[in-house]
Ligand binder design. Sequence first.
Ligand SMILES: Nc1nc2c(ncn2[C@@H]2O[C@H](COP(=O)(O)OP(=O)(O)OP(=O)(O)O)[C@@H](O)[C@H]2O)c(=O)[nH]1
Ligand SMILES: [Zn+2]
Length: 347
Amino acid sequence: MISDLKLLGWSQFFNGQLDLEEFETLTPLRLTEVRRRSVMALTPALERMEIALTGDHVATDMAVGDFALTDGERLIRLLDRKTVISRKAAGLQAQAQLIAANLDTLFITTSCNHDFNEARLERYLAIAIEAEVTPVIVITKADKPEEMAAEAYEDRAKALYEGAEVLLINAKSPEDIARLEGYCGTGQTIALVGSSGVGKSTIARGLTGEDIEVGEIREDDAKGRHTTTARSMHRMHAGGWLIDTPGMRELALHDASEGIATLFEDITDLALSCKFSDCQHRSEPGCAVRAALETGELSEERLERWRKLMDEDARNSESIAEARERGRKFSKMVKNTMKVKKAKRGE
Ligand SMILES: Nc1nc2c(ncn2[C@@H]2O[C@H](COP(=O)(O)OP(=O)(O)OP(=O)(O)O)[C@@H](O)[C@H]2O)c(=O)[nH]1
Ligand SMILES: [Zn+2]
């Protein structure tokens, strides 16, 4: 069973979470779709199985790519995730919405044209680094570069982060797709992010042989319409899994301060040497960041992009934290009111 499980992306990390009894009586599953009242999952034999969500299990706690244990009928428990990517859900609740779990690699996709944008690439890099998912920058349309030579785009991407491999490809060429497959072998799980039109569907088709429809299913119930994800985990020729969900294509930055600090390690390090610990690196005396600008060690553009990313992260993270805080205060107030009412009634 263990070798079959490897096909699903199982590893020692998950094995270590099972006690002996669970090991003998339960079966691991990997979630491929999350609906409102059920999940679709793959068994170690790669058979599809639908499991109704009952009791404490709610769809909003689950992500495509999660591992769970089943007794054959019910979902017993979800296993801890190796990695998770989330986005801020639209609307007033401002909750983090889980997009994909247990990714190994994120292909950050852009093209040799006006789509290429350092700030956008850095946003995705920060998301990947924060989630501890390996970032790989894929630059498509190497066969028809606009504005500058394809290699110039490659060099600009390489300058962004040492920890990210940069691959310059023609997404329509099978030989170039084969260069991505080192990240897509058995046991590996990947996802693609990037703007519309950069070639994500073309790459996905090259890696899986399928035309992947990224759609949202709408389910009706008495309370209205709900959006859930369609089948979102696809087997790749190389043996691994591609997760493609609508949410993945609309990622925004939130709660990624560590990812940003790692991505901009030079600025993070410089800031430690500023005279004031709350230095804004504007006009304070003894500012190591401004000193690095003057020597040319750091560029004004890079500093500006760092500021903007920090601002964006702070804006998006705060509202989630604040919403949580509001939620806590509200439920506390309700509880207190109930208590007072009960006391009045003499209960
Ligand atoms: N010449 C060339 N064309 C490409 C390349 N990559 C993608 N294309 C073309 O660019 C267009 C858009 O590619 P898609 O794969 O649909 O882009 P996408 O990122 O999936 O776009 P959305 O579905 O809107 O998110 C298609 O016509 C592709 O054939 C490439 O490397 N070279
Ligand atoms: Zn400073």
